[in-house]
Write a protein of this length. Structure first.
Length: 254
């Protein structure tokens, strides 16, 4: 892969991207690497895919390391952040992207399917943000970007667990933004619509979904990553915090 054009605005900084082995997480890792950041490519199980992202970043001339951790497990998150601090001594950007979906109608939803999605998609954001905040508060700087979803704003049949978790991320983002703003830390949420990733590849009723999107197409991971890159690296984003910004082709217009 050819080196990406970037202005190196994150040179000397460390960015952790959870669930970075594919989809939006991979695109975000590459986008931040193009700005010169050292990237921690977090993955849950697919080390081969994570290693491929690290190799892509190396080809761009930036540094990266793949670190395994289940973001729903407090002990594994502590170990992840301890490793990062031992190696680099700082965390400047956190992208909370890791997530799963276990879709079915409410009356068919098993408790374990509800709990697994809440644990990973919401509690995982809590654990990673808490760990990063401790470091950033001492640094008096940092940018946290939480990946939520349009379904957290509008709901979606068959996704009570996913919608609840993503709605929770929105409330969490706004609260934490208020708590850490005095130390120069911004906390924002990015709400993708239907993006062409592995998670949406098997969606039923694709034609019906497209009718709900004014731009008439699925988004691309790189389009979401562009906003993440702006929030993480652009000086113009320094006065933006506690916001939910949609990347959805016009699907949700509040």
């Amino acid at each position: 892969m050819a080196a990406l054009e970037g202005s190196q605005r994150l040179q000397g900084q460390v960015a952790i991207v959870t669930g970075a082995s594919r989809g939006i997480g991979r695109a975000a890792a590459l986008a931040l690497a193009s700005e010169g950041a050292t990237i921690v490519v977090n993955y849950a199980s697919s080390n081969q895919a994570a290693d491929a992202v690290v190799a892509e970043i190396a080809e761009m001339g930036s540094q990266a390391v793949a670190l395994q951790a289940d973001v729903a497990q407090a002990g594994q998150i502590d170990a992840l952040f301890n490793t990062v601090m031992e190696k680099w001594g700082r965390v400047d950007v956190l992208v909370n992207n890791a997530g799963i979906a276990r879709d079915t109608l409410l009356l068919r939803m098993k408790l374990e399917d509800w709990q697994a999605v809440i644990d990973l998609n919401l509690t995982g954001v809590f654990l990673c943000t808490k760990a990063a905040s401790k470091i950033m508060l001492k640094q008096r700087s940092g940018r946290i970007i939480n990946i939520t979803s349009v379904v957290g704003e509008m709901g979606n049949p068959g996704q009570a667990n996913y919608s609840a978790a993503k709605a929770g991320v929105i409330g969490f983002t706004k609260t934490v933004a208020k708590e850490v703003a005095s130390r120069g830390i911004t906390v924002n949420a990015v709400a993708p619509g239907f993006i062409a990733t592995d998670m949406t590849a098997d969606l039923k009723m694709a034609e019906e979904i497209l009718k709900l999107i004014p731009l008439g197409r699925y988004g691309q991971p790189e389009e979401v990553a562009g906003l993440i890159r702006f929030l993480a690296a652009d000086p113009a984003a320094a006065y933006i915090t506690g916001q939910v910004i949609n990347v959805d082709g016009g699907m949700v217009m509040a």
